[in-house]
Ligand binder design. Structure first.
Ligand code: AMP
Ligand code: ZN
Length: 489
């Protein structure tokens, strides 16, 4: 995909760096390119809509980099081995636990949830990265990395090889000075020297046979979770690359631990990335949506209730990625209504634009594009960019084909598929709807005919019939929506 704003409109991209807690001008290490690593999912269960927010963020970042004319190399890892039930890397192995519960092998579990994750990203129009990097395929690299850092930075305990966080400068700086030495508790593992010390290699217990187990200089076992990201990011992007992303929880433990490993490996103070970026959480009234506590909504649940995935994407883009965003159905309804309005306007323009060829861009068109680009370049300020798109769509002084051209351009950064969506696509049939979409359409048409023939008794009968099946007709709807299915509350 080639994405480049018009000549002369590329403003400097500015990004918030969690390391310095300031917005900085982005200066790629290699001019013209950007190398990005995003911490990916742990695939022992479905990724919920909160996780989806994290990937809508990484996708917006990738799109913004491309919009700024950079060639992007993007790596996302899949944690299909070695994640324990706490971020401090203690507790049970999540995959082995899920395997015992579901009666499938740990590998089958990982594969199944990875594919479910990929399906959801596709639905949300999240571009695939340059490479999906699976942890289970990099264990040899991880052992080699650990062998290099072990002599100067690690100590061996009964339960495995541990990283001594006092051996690197400024451990935990990314988490902020108030958070000293991560969150681990010293009593969690007998013999740990500091609370923040973490497992590099987890040795299997005597007489224990794990499904995911490798031999190593420290005995049979599995790599610690933090190790994989240092190893795979360096392997594919180099010892220092441009941007490392993750959810805000990673700023506290996982990323400080990655940085400590990177420093140990390179023997420098370098964290390994120029910019560290973190998306804030999608929350609900009870707090952060969380996979481990169960009960968090999935994208599938939203589709089951009749919401198009683009409505969820728009709901996320309406908030800045660094702000917490509360998920609620009214919030999602508002995003869907906004999307319908956009799509309806675009459909109207498409009709008007068919006959004419796009005129050469005017100063007005270029101004709007520039304004939009400035918002995106200002630390991905999508909530302020979307109204610029709406302004362009409604601008009667710009001919229809030119307005469509602007929207297509802007949508390269937003990824809402505005050029392809029709109002029809947005009418998603809820999983428990009594009627098929074609059935509804046929009855709506029959009612229209009855009304045209002034057979109001028949028209009312059809309306009542539809209402009994949960379909609400919307006569006089300003969006000309015609009908919708009441989502079950
Ligand atoms: P996990 O599979 O739990 O490692 O999560 C995958 C990604 O989603 C990580 O970058 C997390 O930080 C992020 N994440 C988890 N929960 C949420 C949430 N409620 N809102 C936004 N991002 C989240
Ligand atoms: Zn990671």
């Amino acid at each position: 995909m080639t994405i480049a704003p018009p000549e002369g409109t590329i403003p400097r991209l500015r990004l918030f760096n969690s390391m310095t807690r300031t917005v900085e001008t982005f200066r790629p290490l290699h001019p013209g390119t950007a190398r990005v690593y995003s911490c990916g999912p742990t695939v022992y269960s479905f990724q919920h809509i909160g996780n989806m927010r994290a990937y809508i963020f990484t996708d917006t970042l990738s799109r913004a980099l491309k919009f700024a004319g950079l060639e992007v190399t993007h790596i996302i890892n899949i944690t299909d081995v070695g994640h324990l039930t706490s971020d401090a890397d203690t507790g049970e192995d999540k995959l082995e636990k899920a395997s015992a519960k579901e009666g499938r092998s740990a590998y089958e579990i990982a594969r199944f949830y990875t594919e479910a994750f990929w399906r959801d990203l596709g639905r949300l129009n999240i571009m695939p990265p340059t490479r999906w990097s699976l942890a289970s395929q990099h264990v040899t690299d991880m052992i080699a990395f650990a062998e290099k850092i072990a002599p100067g930075h690690c100590y061996l305990l009964e339960s495995g090889l541990y990283f001594d966080t006092s051996t690197v400068p400024n451990y935990g700086r990314l988490a902020g000075s108030e958070k000293r030495h991560g969150e681990g508790r010293i009593e969690e593992v007998a013999g740990k020297r500091h609370p923040g010390d973490f497992a590099i290699w987890r040795r299997s217990k005597p007489n224990e046979k794990r499904q995911m187990e490798w031999s190593s200089p420290w005995g049979p076992g599995a790599p610690g979770w933090h190790l994989e990201c240092s190893v795979m990011s360096m392997k594919y992007l180099g010892e220092h690359f441009d941007i490392h992303t993750g959810g805000i929880d990673h700023r506290e433990i996982h990323h400080p631990n990655e940085i400590a490993q990177n420093q140990a490996y390179t023997g420098t103070r370098d964290s390994g990335a120029t910019v560290w970026m973190h998306n804030n959480f999608l929350v609900d009234r009870s707090g952060k949506l969380s996979k481990s506590t169960g009960g968090a909504l999935l994208l599938e649940d939203l589709l089951g209730r009749g919401y198009h995935p683009a409505a969820f994407r728009l709901m996320c883009l309406q908030a800045h990625y660094r702000s917490p965003l509360e998920f609620s159905f009214p919030n999602l309804d508002a995003a869907l209504a906004r999307l319908k309005r956009l799509v309806k306007t675009i459909e109207g323009l498409r009709g008007a634009a068919q006959a004419t060829t796009p005129p050469t861009p005017t100063a007005r068109e270029n101004d709007l594009l520039k304004q939009f680009t400035l918002e995106i370049a200002d630390d991905l300020m999508t909530p302020r960019a979307i109204p610029v798109l709406e302004q362009a769509l409604e601008d009667k002084k710009i001919p229809a084909p030119a307005r469509l051209r602007i929207v297509r351009k802007m949508d390269e950064a937003l990824g809402l598929r505005l050029g392809e969506l029709s109002r029809k696509d947005l009418r998603v049939r809820p999983a428990d709807a009594g009627l098929a979409k074609s059935d509804v359409e046929a009855r709506v048409e029959a009612r229209r005919k009855a009304r045209a023939e002034k057979n109001f008794a028949e028209a009312d009968r059809i309306r009542a019939d539809l209402e009994n099946s949960g379909v609400v007709l919307m006569d006089g709807d300003p969006l000309i929506w015609e009908w919708r299915i009441e989502p079950p509350q």
